[in-house]
Design a protein around this ligand. Structure first.
Ligand code: PEP
Ligand code: MN
Length: 356
């Protein structure tokens, strides 16, 4: 897959005219490789626009048959979400290039199985959005189910996770979950969908830049001729002009890369990072060893493992220290809570079990 692989298009197809207009714009935008356009829309609550269905596919085919080409000269390519086996049949009938499983579908192994059966032998390429919940195994499981029915070209799409606290985005990116997927499935390309992570036009560019910095294979971005009038996801769609600006921001300037020079600068700092990480691990080990000894004393004096007052004091002290150093205290708190959780686990291991 040539990087970055850029997919763009409206959240939903709304009319033949809207589709034609956005396709003309995107086909004249360099680096766009495929057009996304929602045909069946999964709505959180009933009563909203649920997509135009088959007529939208018919218009896509008409555009392809008219000979429209992407900016690199290849025939226009479309992708859309499928949520049922019948959707797959219709996409095949109308010559859609690629389909994707939405976040709500990926979370449901039964649906993934049924759609997988419909995809068997179809030759369609498939993208798998992350499930709504941050469960990397569920995401990988969906990809594996599709591999099992013989689909060869599969990409993952990171669109963020529904969280109680999503840090101001529509969906919390939790980049580390996507990193884990990339580590476990190194051969699967991963695209970022900044539109559904961000949920707001003003954060699409910084999220896209972040994805490029994290070496994603590409992006899927929502673009609409007039976002404020869009029937779905109006707040997060970019105008074609805004999207063109975004592209110029994220495509690297070939003049500007001299790997040799950057390596000379990076190597000494990377060695220091290696040393620091080793030291952090050694210190964590030392801390856990101490926890074991503490557990023995608590056990002998019949004190509970969890001492809330001590933990409150520890946390406050460390967060003050972090704030003094100008660190992100949320980040430090996350790490401390993880360490404390492990310390509790280690201490519980020291408790006598029933057999003793
Ligand atoms: C979409 O791409 O328009 C969409 C509904 O996606 P998701 O499954 O990520 O919510
Ligand atoms: Mn959308």
């Amino acid at each position: 897959m040539e990087k970055p692989y850029i997919i763009a298009g409206p959240c939903s197809v709304e009319s033949q005219q809207q589709l034609q207009e956005v396709c003309r714009e995107l086909c004249s935008t360099p680096h766009v490789r495929m057009i996304r356009a929602g045909v069946w829309k999964p709505r959180t609550r009933p009563g909203g626009f649920e997509g135009l269905g088959e007529p939208a596919l018919h218009w896509m085919k008409e555009i392809a048959d008219s000979g429209m080409r992407m900016s690199d000269g290849s025939p226009v390519r479309f992708c859309c979400e499928v949520a049922r086996p019948e959707h797959v049949e219709l996409c095949l009938h109308y010559g859609i290039d690629t389909v994707w499983l939405g976040a709500r579908t990926t979370a449901n192994p039964f649906m993934v199985g049924e759609i997988g059966d419909a995809l068997r032998g179809s030759g369609l390429k498939v993208m798998v959005k992350n499930p709504v919940c941050p469960d990397v195994r569920l995401w990988i499981g969906a990809i594996e189910r599709l591999q099992q029915v013989g689909i060869e070209q599969i990409a993952a799409v990171h669109r963020g996770f529904s969280m109680y606290n999503n840090h101001g985005y529509r969906n919390d990116p939790l980049w580390e979950v996507a990193m884990q997927l990339r580590r476990l499935l190194p051969d699967t390309p991963v695209l970022c969908d900044p539109s559904h992570i961000g949920g707001r036009r003003d954060v699409i560019a910084p999220l896209s830049v972040a994805a490029m910095q994290l070496d994603y294979d590409g992006l899927m971005v929502e673009v609409h001729p007039s976002p404020d009038e869009a029937w779905t996801d109006g707040g997060q769609q970019l105008t074609p002009a805004e999207f063109k600006q975004l592209i110029s921001k994220i495509i690297p300037d070939p003049q500007n890369s001299t790997p040799h020079q950057s390596n000379t600068l990076l190597e000494p700092m990377r060695r220091q990072i290696d040393d620091i990480d080793h030291e952090v691990i050694r210190l964590l080990w030392q801390r856990m060893e101490l926890s074991r000894h503490i557990a023995e004393v608590k056990r002998d004096f019949r004190m509970p493992v969890y001492q809330p007052q001590r933990w409150e004091a520890v946390l406050a002290d460390r967060l003050n220290k972090a704030a003094d150093l100008g660190m992100d205290t949320e980040f430090v708190k996350d790490i401390l809570e993880r360490i404390h959780g492990e310390s509790m686990r280690v201490q519980m291991e020291q408790l006598p079990n029933d057999k003793e």
